[in-house]
Design a protein around this ligand. Structure first.
Ligand code: ADP
Ligand code: MG
Length: 239
């Protein structure tokens, strides 16, 4: 079970800028939940609070029924994939994928098996000995996802992972992410400002605006029955 529950979450930076006044959300176990909304509406902040990279000013977060409001990122059963892949430039693909497991002192045989499995899943088998500089943007993004996969998290957090890729590659990676979700049986929380991405990937879309949730629903639901003009405008006018 890896549902994510946010209760009465407030986020105020430096005691004065309230970015999220009061937010309640339940992200279902095993869902592909997409957070959408315009730039600056608080999507990354929300994801970073779930990850434990940002504290909450008020409220509680639980993952899989366990209160993690003040838990370290490593204690949250999550892995996060960023828009800027944050790979180590001096390490090979294999070492990059392996790095977190090494730190966590996972036995070497298990590490090898996991790197091999991630490489197979993500089509990186031929690239394991290359350095990040020798990879395309899409390949780098796969390595970043590989690094998350080997940690076996119950929840994957993605912050605009495809926004640095060109349109063709973005389409391909979208399909791959959907397949990955099917295979991994994990909860995915995916931030984007791209309506097309949201409509094609999500079982559940959360529309945010200025730190508040406008509406939660399936893509079909939001498309057919938007509850506010904002949702209608946002979902109804794909780029
Ligand atoms: P989004 O990801 O939806 O584009 P963010 O969560 O990055 O939005 O930002 C939401 C708001 O919070 C923005 O107004 C941003 O300037 C502000 N913000 C983000 N991080 C900080 C910070 N560390 N200190 C102060 N304000 C911040
Ligand atoms: Mg953001």
């Amino acid at each position: 079970m890896a549902d994510v529950t946010l209760v009465d979450i407030e986020k105020t930076f430096r005691g004065k800028t309230t970015v999220i006044p009061n937010l309640n959300l339940c992200i279902e176990d095993g869902s592909f939940t997409v957070l959408v909304g315009p730039s600056g509406c608080g999507k990354s902040t929300l994801l970073r609070m779930i990850a434990g990279l940002e504290t909450v000013t008020r409220g509680a977060i639980s993952i899989g029924g366990r209160d993690v409001t003040t838990a370290e990122p490593s204690e949250r059963n999550i892995a996060m994939v960023f828009q800027s892949y944050a790979l180590y430039p001096h390490m090979t693909v294999a070492r990059n994928i392996d790095f977190g497991m090494r730190l966590a002192k996972v036995p070497v045989e298990e590490r090898k098996a996991k790197v091999a499995e991630a490489a197979r899943l993500l089509n990186l088998e031929e690239l394991l000995e290359r350095k990040p500089a020798e990879l395309s943007g899409g390949q780098r993004q796969r390595v970043a996802i590989g690094r998350a996969i080997v940690r076996n998290p119950g929840v994957f957090l993605f912050d605009e992972p495809l926004s640095n890729l060109d349109a063709a590659l973005r389409n391909r990676m979208r399909v791959e992410l959907a397949e990955l979700h099917q295979r991994l049986d994990a909860t995915m929380v995916y931030v984007t400002h791209d309506q097309v991405e949201a409509m094609t990937l999500a079982d559940c879309i959360v529309v945010m605006n200025a730190g508040q949730i406008e509406q939660v629903g399936t893509p079909m639901n939001l498309y057919q029955r938007p509850e506010t003009l904002f949702v209608a405008g946002f979902i109804g006018s794909p780029k």
